[in-house]
Every structure is written in structure tokens, then in C-alpha cells.
Design a protein around this ligand. Sequence first.
Ligand SMILES: *Cc1c(COP(=O)(O)O)cnc(C)c1O
Length: 372
Amino acid sequence: MPISKSFSRIPFVDLSAQYKTIASEVNPAIQSVIDSCAFILGPEVKKFEEEFTRFCDVGFAVSVDSGTSAIELALRAFDVGPGDEVIAPANTFIATVLPITQLGAQPVLVDQHPDTYTIDVDQIEAAITERTKVIMPVHLYGQPADMDPILEIAKRHDLIVIEDAAQAHGARYKGKRVGGFGHAAAFSFYPGKNLGAYGDGGIVVTNDAQIDDKLRLLRNYGQRKKYHHEEIGFNHRLDSIQAAILRVKLQHLDAWNAARREHAADYTRLLEGFGVHPPMVPTYSEPIWHLYVIRVQNRDGFQAFLKERNIDSGIHYPIPIHLQPAYQYLGYKKGDFPVTDGFADNIVSLPMYAELTDEMVAYVVEAIKDFL
Ligand SMILES: *Cc1c(COP(=O)(O)O)cnc(C)c1O
């Protein structure tokens, strides 16, 4: 146990620690948008989209007002609606599935792989019917789903692939950043994500010029020219102030992700042999560690023990999609996805953010060892 600690508490994430490191860049960026009064779809939005396009090595990027909107507009751009089925993992955040059902389509869930926590690719084909239109893998916890077999299945069955990359800005699959593998990909800039705005935000990326065009119409009242409405569109635009903040933060993202990678490597090394199942990283994967998830018995006791030592933790997610009250009508029951169901009571997420220090990581690990 460290004797002279330079901290009094280890939060789960620490947005203010990050802000302190970039305040001198972010504050003038915000002020310059205010000075320009270009609040909606101004130059900052355009520049951010160009920069994020390059970051993901894709053709196009259309910014929107949240990650949920990004998924919804991506589905709409491919005309997903009533009668269509969308395959998605059972273990994910609810926002993967909400847009599917809001469009009147049917989510068809698939269990997670026990080692990677991402969709079990060997179970996808059994979920395909003649109504299946989209496969939506989630790069959960910042770990890329196994894209090659997914793309191969999609090709064989003539399906669209939309990546839910909300937790995976900059993660690499076989050396290439996620976002460009499917027909489109959705990212979230919720403040706690690896690339987070100071409010809500999201973006859709694609290599398809027609989809890019459709997304731009959909997010902005269905208009190309002011007051000329070609489609029944929406107001789902990213604010210019958020774009300006995200432009600053994008410059730091690789370094922040690298710092998370070091903390994850330390957790994994120091927890080896303690039976907490540190996350497995397949050779194809370079995760960005949005979350660092282990499994423990007596999770309530574990979290309370950490709390006593001023360490916050989280659960992602305590209730899988198919057991959420809102989705009882889908007709699933506990046990339908044995891996997801089996892990749901044991998973726990440790503090993870770039500004953690080695001392803090060691302190968390000591507490875990003491509990065990
Ligand atoms: C955060 C998140 C979303 C939704 O993003 P919001 O910006 O919060 O709307 C979607 N899918 C996953 C997996 C997420 O983690």
C-alpha cells in the first residue's frame, strides 16, 4: 500500500483532470466560435468532419448531435424500417438497440464471445433470416469486433454492416482503425467517451458518397438548399462549439489512448493469477480501453470494499438488452444468451482514464488483492 498518496480518491473517470491539461487550448477555441457567431454548421463543423475523416481513414464523415442519432441516421440512410431485422449483440449499451426499435425494425440478438466480450461471430449465421438487413457489431469496451468473419458473412448473405464504434475511436483491427470496415460506422462524443465533447455529439463515417449525401440531408431538415426540403429530415446537427472542442481534443486522442493502453497493461500484468479474468486481447485487436472490465464473485461486496478505499467502479452493463423491461416484448428470457447472462452478475469496470498515475493503478490493484 502506498504510504504517501498524492490523491484522496480515484474516480471512475476524471473529466476535470483532462480539462486541466487542455484548458489553454479549449477555452480560446470556444471563445472563437462565440466571437464568430457561426453556431450552426459553421467552419468548425466542416473542419472537424475533415479531420475525423482523416483520423478514421474513411471517405466521409457527417457529424450529428449524439451517438444515438448517429446510429439512427445510419440505419435510416439504408432505409431500415418495419419488417427488417437487425442483428446486434445482447451485451451492449441500450443505445445500440434503441434506434433499431424506434425505426420499427426488429433487433435480433446474439450472445457475446466469452473472451473478447464482443459479438460471437460463430453465432451470427444462425440468427439470419430472409428479413435480416443489417449486422451491427459493437466494438465494446473499445475492443474491435472480429470484423473479417462478419464482413464475409454479410457479403455471402448480401447484408449491410453498420459498426457501433461509440466506444472505439482509434481502436485498430488488423492494423486499421475501426469505422471503415462496414458500410457505415457510428461514433459517440458523449463526454465520458475516449473522445468526448462538452455535451452530446456523434458522427457517422462511411466510404459511400450517396450515403454521405443522404446523411447530410437527414440531419438538416432534409434540405440541401435552405427552405427546399427533398426528404422528411430531422434536426440532428452537431453544435459548432462542440466541434471546436472536439477539434482540440482529437489532437490529443492518440496520446490519451496510449496512456490508457499502458494502464490496461499494468492492470493485466499486476492482476495476473488472481482469477479476475482480465480482458483478452486477440492478435487482430488494438483496443483503446474505453473500459477495463474484470469479473469477480460477490460483486456488491467487491464494489463496497473499493468504495471504502475511495475507489469508484462501474458495471457495463448490469442488465443485458434482452432482460431490460423495455424489451420484454421481444420475447427473450434469461438464459437465452448464456455467456452474457452468466457474466452479467460478475462484471465490474475499474477506473480507466488517461490521467491515472502508476501510483493510482497500483493502489487499485492492492485493494483488489486485499479483497480477494
Ligand atoms: C455511448 C454509446 C452509444 C450512444 O451514444 P450517445 O452519444 O450517448 O447517444 C451507442 N452505443 C454504445 C455502445 C455506446 O457506448
